[in-house]
Design a protein around this ligand. Structure first.
Ligand SMILES: Nc1ncnc2c1ncn2[C@@H]1O[C@H](COP(=O)(O)OP(=O)(O)OP(=O)(O)O)[C@@H](O)[C@H]1O
Ligand SMILES: [Mg+2]
Length: 236
């Protein structure tokens, strides 16, 4: 069978933090291929290296050795400027603490990533409104983050992450601050976008309850991959 090119190819990635004389091996040697349309959960206990791995995948940090290749491009060799442009174009983020700008309305927050594509304001806001409607926030378009509940802010965060139709969306504990019912709603929403746009999603969690939403579960322990399971019926 012909081997498809992975969306993300992690090759021998190692991340060591130096703290004075001490070395912390956060990632030992990680090899991983993630394909288009895959919703991949990075699972493990606190301190296992999940956020560190996500930071290397998204180009927020550079590996100590090894490389991360996204869509055939070695992002580990990029300059900060190239990386910033790459992230704006191809990557969306969903944060545990939502990270909406407090001085902007829901529409302005969601429209923001489109500014970097050089789109004019009216068009940006039109698209943002469509996305906000899709996440059930048509009644909160002009609310500021401080006037919205956590679950509503995270819906706006999801709309913002998908507004540019990125190649990959990264989410680090996206429901870490939400109750179980809202978690379910938010995860269904993220999965809905993933399926509709055939989007690749990397989801970090320590919560075993979240794992059921993913197609694939990569388990980390002490900076190593100790498990990699695909759900039955999933076809690469
Ligand atoms: N900037 C840093 N400097 C030094 N050590 C770090 C740094 N970032 C992470 N570490 C260490 O690397 C290891 C992995 O941390 P990481 O944040 O990736 O864990 P995690 O799996 O995301 O945990 P949690 O579930 O608590 O968020 C930990 O031992 C942590 O102390
Ligand atoms: Mg973490």
């Amino acid at each position: 069978m012909e081997q498809k090119r992975p969306m993300i190819h992690v090759q021998d990635v190692r991340k060591v933090y130096r703290m004075g004389d001490e070395e912390v091996v956060a990632l030992n040697r990680i090899n991983l291929k993630i394909y288009k349309g895959e919703v991949c959960c990075i699972f493990g206990t606190s301190g296992s290296g999940k956020s560190t791995l996500l930071n290397q995948l998204a180009g927020m940090e550079k590996p100590t050795s090894g490389r991360v290749v996204i869509r055939g491009v070695n992002i580990s060799a990029m300059s900060e400027e190239e990386l910033a442009a790459f992230r704006q174009k191809y990557i969306g983020f969903i944060f545990q603490s939502y990270n909406l700008l407090p001085s902007m309305t829901a529409v302005e927050n969601v429209a923001m990533p489109l500014m970097f594509c050089g789109m004019e304001k009216r068009r940006r806001e039109e698209i943002a409104k469509v996305l906000l409607k899709r996440v059930g926030l048509s009644h909160r378009l002009y609310h500021y983050p401080g006037q919205m509940s956590g679950g509503q802010q995270q819906r706006a965060g999801i709309a913002r992450a998908f507004v540019t139709r990125p190649q990959v969306v990264f989410a680090d504990e996206p429901t870490g601050n939400l109750d179980s019912r809202t978690t379910e709603e938010i995860m269904k929403m993220i999965m809905g976008f993933a399926r509709k746009y055939n989007e690749t999603i990397i989801l970090v969690t320590h919560d075993p309850g979240m794992v059921r939403f993913a197609d694939r579960i990569v388990t980390l322990k002490d900076g190593n991959i100790v498990g990699d399971e695909r759900k039955e019926g999933y076809c690469e």
